[in-house]
Design a protein around this ligand. Sequence first.
Ligand code: PGA
Length: 253
Amino acid sequence: MRTPLIAGNWKMYTTPSTATVWMRALLEDLTSQDVSHVELVLNVPATHLAVLAPITAGTPVALGGQDVSAHDEGAYTGEVSAAMLANAGARYCVVGHSERRQYHAEDDALVGAKVAACLAGGLIPILCVGEVESEREAGEHEATVIRQLTGALEGIDLKDSGDLVVAYEPVWAIGTGKTATADDAQAMGAVARSFLKGRYGPLADAVRILYGGSMKPSNAAELLAKADVDGGLIGGASLKRDQYLAIAAAAPR
Ligand code: PGA
């Protein structure tokens, strides 16, 4: 069985100081709440990693970044490399989030270069794919996701199923309160899995495919019960400790 991955995406919220208080409180909560059946990861702003890493070291909580440079190093003012994120304490990194695609014009080729940069720099990419509302209305959601996966994974060889996480996030569900039905999330998870099988063979059976888009305690159990929903990428609700933990508790044991 694939261990559910409960991944928070804090976006551009919190500061290193408020995040420190939050993280200490989460670790305190974990002393009385058993969510050892899931893997916990919080994808935080890059500024927080080196501050949070000593606090989470040796605990069940892993850290991740939210974006990464496609370059290893060099004169790229403002960019942060995979090696920098890894050295600062990240194990994962969100790549190709729809907010990056929309506001920073990231296309599939750039997203693919970032996936490669993660793998080369010691990070596990959480590759985000998903259709916008007009694509769903036009019945193009499957084709969109397959196009995004094809572009982002071109030339990427997987050595281990644990080296990649895919997050299906319908853009119309992100931060809107609208959630895909559990059946739709499952259907798209299966589309992603079948693409990965064609690309990577049996290795794909163990790759985790997350659902993201307004996941919250009230809908998590139904979504996470689906065969090809191996966890969640959770924005708003991951900033609230009780909600984040309630989602983790809702994952199948
Ligand atoms: P949301 O965000 O849970 O607030 O909809 C999800 C995401 O951006 O990954």
